[in-house]
Design a protein around this ligand. Structure first.
Ligand SMILES: [Zn+2]
Length: 240
């Protein structure tokens, strides 16, 4: 169903090649719909999926919706130019991180499958808002069911390596192991420089990686499970 938002612009000649998944972070889907259509708020998304699975299209896919804000992925400095944004009604972390209902996820999966087929979007370009804006955003959250999506052919997923004791890298660490960690994160698409110094930026991006790929513990510390999962993710990266 259509429910047009006034908040959109030109794609500047680009075509969509990524999907960005969000949660609304508001108590109700109706409140989110009001905000996404409010000309003063200057935010929007192409789609909004309610908790009961109802789907609204707010912005045509050919137009640039305003969902991602400042963002970066794999060399692209403004993901709104090249992405389709899907807002998923969920109160978010501040609302207690309630589970996404299965009817809602079924709609998200069907919508993504359709978009992926029409625009030939690569699995590793179905991303979380937290992947592309890691210092500002934590949606759709570590409780988002990425594995379920992947089982339906949506997104890139590997089973996370189990938590275990062992050496770990954390803020303040320096040297080759940090460079190698930063390189892997950057190769995958995250926006960080290879400095060999584990500072706040690296910590934030390790946290973003965990939120998406190793959700059991999101602490910004590169433990063995995080590093092994990252290696697996890169080794399993589909050819695009
Ligand atoms: Zn978002």
């Amino acid at each position: 169903m259509l429910h047009p938002s006034p908040n959109h612009g030109e794609r500047k000649g680009r075509t969509p090649d990524a999907i960005i998944l969000h949660y609304t972070g508001l108590p109700t889907g109706e409140a989110a719909l009001r905000q996404l259509c409010d000309p003063i708020a200057q935010v929007s998304s192409h789609y909004l999926v309610f908790e009961d699975g109802q789907l609204l299209q707010l912005v045509p896919e050919a137009r640039r919706a305003w969902h991602a804000g400042r963002s970066y992925w794999a060399g692209e400095r403004d993901m709104n130019d090249v992405s389709i944004g899907i807002e998923i009604a969920n109160p978010g972390h501040r609302g207690g991180s309630p589970e996404y209902p299965s009817a809602q996820i079924a709609t998200v999966i069907a919508l993504c499958q359709d978009i992926i087929a029409r625009w030939r979007i690569a699995p590793q370009r179905v991303l979380a808002h937290s992947d592309i804006s890691p210092d500002r955003k934590i949606d759709p959250g570590e409780y988002f069911p990425w594995e379920k999506l992947a089982k339906s052919g949506v997104g890139h997923y590997v089973a996370p390596c189990p938590l275990e004791d062992g050496p770990r890298l954390e803020r303040g660490a320096q040297g080759i192991p940090v460079e190698s960690l930063q390189s892997m994160l950057a190769i995958y698409g995250y926006g960080l420089n290879i400095t060999g110094l584990y500072g706040t930026k690296t910590e934030t991006i390790v946290g973003a990686f965990q939120r998406h790929f190793r959700p059991e513990r999101v602490d910004g510390i590169a433990d063995q499970s995080t590093i092994e999962t990252l290696r697996k993710v890169i080794a399993a990266r589909p050819k695009s």
